[in-house]
Design a protein around this ligand. Structure first.
Ligand SMILES: [Fe+2]
Length: 313
């Protein structure tokens, strides 16, 4: 092959690779980032004979006034009329975001709900080099003031009757089943103090124990499993956000393994095992508005009887 023909082939190859890259980026930023899915899973944790309980898990909305498609899709979820909503934080990405979150949740606010906060409820997003995520969990070198309107959002949630689980225990009776909750603040910014709610689950008092936290760091979910929680609910990972088709996530942005970056799995610690649901989340940071092989989602968990004899709803 002559030098001219060889260099022409190289240029064509580079143009081809660049074309594929641009195509993937366009797909990720124009289509998949708004290709919302409702993931449905069944979790056998209820007492024998109990009726199914439908729990909607929403997380990581990262809401701005301009995220219209996200707002529209979230507002459709009220039609599911879940028995309970669990919100695992990172609701905001803009100082004017609170009314857009509350407006999008709409009818969901008429349902019983519990929530915890994530770093992106407190702190406005900043640009981060995406390659840093491959080295390990992102860390901010500076601790800016809490500039996002998480307190306004909290007021809206509380007016709706939702329960803030930050370092708190709470219980709700739904369809005759006593659900017990314990929650923490965000472990990603070292605000978790699980010790404040720790202790063995008392199954004389509650039927099903649910741990709720934003970021599924091992120290938090280990402690929750060790205490005897039946189910742990978390967000934060965005499911890896930019994944490899037929392989999965490359990162979780915490110390959870990438196999469990999203979805329902089990987590064991101290000889006890809990179900773990990690949401891939509804949104993204405005500085990384792309998703690839990891569509945005909410999860509808149907809690069923452990013995498989759940009665009709
Ligand atoms: Fe997030």
């Amino acid at each position: 092959m002559s030098a001219t023909r060889a260099s022409t082939s190289i240029v064509k190859g580079l143009l081809g690779v660049a074309g594929v890259g641009v195509g993937c980026l366009a797909y990720a930023g124009l289509y998949e980032v708004n290709a919302f899915r409702l993931r449905r899973v069944a979790v056998p944790v209820l007492p024998s004979g109990a009726r199914p309980i439908r729990v909607l898990h929403v997380s990581d909305a990262h809401m701005t006034p301009y995220a219209r498609a996200r707002q529209r899709w979230l507002s459709t979820l009220g039609a599911l009329e879940p028995d309970l909503v669990i919100n695992t934080g990172d609701n905001l990405a803009h100082e004017d975001g609170a009314p857009y979150v509350l407006g999008s949740f709409g009818r969901l606010l008429d349902r019983p709900g519990v929530y915890v906060w994530g770093a992106n409820d407190y702190y406005a997003p900043t640009f981060k080099n995406p390659l840093r995520y491959l080295k390990g969990p992102s860390r901010s070198d500076r601790r800016p003031e809490r500039t996002l309107p998480w307190q306004d959002l909290g007021r809206g949630f509380k007016e709706a009757g939702w329960i803030d689980l930050t370092h708190t225990r709470a219980s709700l009776e739904i369809k005759g089943v006593r659900l017990g909750f314990r929650g923490t603040d965000d472990a990603h910014i070292d605000q978790d103090r699980y010790a404040e709610v720790a202790g063995p689950i008392d199954h004389e008092e509650i039927d099903v124990a649910i741990g709720v936290t934003h970021a599924p760091y091992r120290r938090v979910i280990d402690a929750m499993a060790y205490d005897g929680h039946d189910l742990i609910i978390a967000g934060h990972t965005h499911g890896g956000q930019v994944c490899v088709p037929f392989y999965g996530a490359l990162v979780t942005n915490c110390d959870l393994d990438t196999r469990r970056a999203k979805g329902l799995s089990k987590h064991s610690a101290g000889g006890r095992t809990a179900w773990l649901n990690v949401s891939a989340g509804v949104g993204t940071s405005p500085y990384a508005p792309i998703r690839f092989a990891c569509p945005p989602e909410a999860t509808l968990l149907t809690l069923t009887s452990v013995s498989g004899d759940t009665s009709a709803a």
